[in-house]
Design a protein around this ligand. Structure first.
Ligand SMILES: Nc1ncnc2c1ncn2[C@@H]1O[C@H](COP(=O)(O)OP(=O)(O)OP(=O)(O)O)[C@@H](O)[C@H]1O
Length: 423
């Protein structure tokens, strides 16, 4: 059932390998000297193209389970199947070509350039030079880094977020169907982390890999996971379900404890900015003459206008008063745009941005930071209201079905097996 090898193009570098299923059967790791196994007979099926997130307390065995999938850690028991093929005993080097791996702090080699870091696996695999070069360019572009600017840089000259992007590009280099990510965004600041999460979601829309992602952060799990496996000690599965099901119906107290307070707010993590209506705001660019900006603002009926830079990225909010005081130059006028959200950002990201902005709105940007529209408090309030109303109706329906099933069962019990009413 391996859909990967056959699909790989040789003439071209384009990503073609979609995800492959992963099956873990009774997978066990007993470290030498450990009183108990670190991972104790975990079995799960991960569908092709799915993103599954492992969450659980520190030391519960998340990383060990993950690293057994590419056999960075050798299991002491059980089987691993990828795309239906049993890979428990194949050559680990061969296995790792099918499985990309990204870790916290990117783990880039400091003495190699960005391009050399990304090219590692394709080089080992013996790709021709021209194909490697084209693949590096394609991947840098894919993770949102300008190849011209970044291919020759050394890792120490990159920000934490940029290093992490290169780490993801490297993991994707040989176009593996499976991507393992071990707390890849654990070491970056919260805003960069949010952006990297958004990028991963966007990438996954394009690539459809099978991703297994480890995190401590339940909010991250909700945002990224198609399904979440909440693990307890020795990787025992407490619940393995969709984020919606875990939030609205946690299996037990352990899972509830993990979900934590504010389930309604966390629900906002499940809706994307792309799912709500954006407002079209009046915009001008830094090259627009001041007089024209005035005219534009007046005819728009809005109290402010968004100034874009030459690459159409949001730059400043300009109010009428700012323009009056500008005295012919916009250099000092207006308020710099501090925060933006992407279409893959969550409503929670948008709400946070809107709440910290005293004018109650945030600009939405595309892949290269270009302006797409604006989300404001009113849009958000309406969406949240609709969301909670839909949840309430769904819960009522589920309750109703449950009561009907119970009534039917009682009825059957009263009727008896032959349908004859007992006297
Ligand atoms: N190389 C090793 N030798 C012996 N024991 C180990 C080794 N690596 C991990 N362990 C133990 O196995 C258990 C599971 O560790 P693991 O790193 O998989 O947990 P984790 O859930 O990923 O933890 P964290 O969230 O803190 O990274 C822990 O009790 C740990 O001490």
């Amino acid at each position: 059932m391996s859909e990967t090898a056959a699909q790989e193009t040789t003439a071209h570098t384009a990503s073609t390998a979609h995800g492959a299923s992963i099956e873990l059967e009774n997978l066990t790791k007993h470290y030498p000297g450990g009183a108990q196994p670190a991972v104790d007979g975990v079995s799960m099926e991960i569908k092709a193209g799915e993103t599954v997130v492992f969450v659980g307390p520190s030391g519960c065995g998340k990383s060990t389970t993950l690293k057994m999938i590419n056999r960075l850690i050798e299991p002491t028991g059980g089987r691993i199947r990828i795309g239906g093929e049993d890979v428990t005993d194949i050559d680990p080097v061969k296995l790792r070509r099918k499985v990309g791996y990204a870790i916290q702090s990117a783990g880039l080699f400091p003495h190699m350039t960005v391009a050399q870091n990304i090219a590692l696996v394709p080089r080992m695999t013996g790709w021709p030079k021209a194909r490697i070069r084209a693949r590096v360019e394609e991947l840098l572009d894919l993770v949102g880094l300008d190849p011209g600017e970044f291919r020759g840089r050394y890792p120490r000259r990159l920000s934490g977020g940029q290093q992490q992007r290169v780490g993801v590009a490297r993991a994707l280099a040989a176009d593996p169907p499976v991507l393992l990510m071990d707390e890849p965004f654990g070491a970056v600041d919260p805003i960069t982390r949010d952006h990297l999460q958004d990028e991963l979601i966007r990438l996954q829309h394009e690539l459809h890999k099978t991703i297994v992602f480890v995190t401590h952060d339940f909010d991250e799990a909700i945002k990224l996971g198609d399904r979440i496996a909440v693990l307890r000690e020795r990787s025992h599965i407490a619940q393995f379900d969709t984020p919606e099901a875990i939030l609205t119906n946690p299996a037990d107290d352990f899972v509830s404890g993990f979900v934590g307070a504010g389930a309604a707010l966390k629900r906002l993590n499940l809706t994307r900015v792309r799912d709500v209506e954006m407002r079209d705001y009046p915009t001008v660019t830094v090259d627009t003459p001041l007089q024209q900006i005035f005219g534009h603002l007046r005819s728009s009926g809005e109290s402010e206008i968004l100034l874009l830079d030459r690459r159409r990225r949001p730059y400043k909010w300009l109010r009428r008063g700012d323009l009056m005081r500008a005295k012919g130059s916009l250099a000092r006028a207006g308020t710099l745009v501090h925060d933006t959200v992407t279409r893959d950002g969550t409503l929670r990201d948008a709400l946070e941005a809107v709440l910290t902005d005293n004018a109650g709105r945030v600009a939405v940007t595309g892949r290269r930071g270009e302006y797409l529209g604006v989300v404001d408090m009113e849009t958000l309030m309406n969406s949240v209201h609709e969301l909670l109303e839909a949840d309430r109706l769904e819960a009522m329906e589920a309750q109703h079905e449950l009561e009907e099933a119970r009534a039917q069962q009682t009825h059957q019990e009263q009727e008896g097996p032959g349908g004859v009413t007992k006297a």
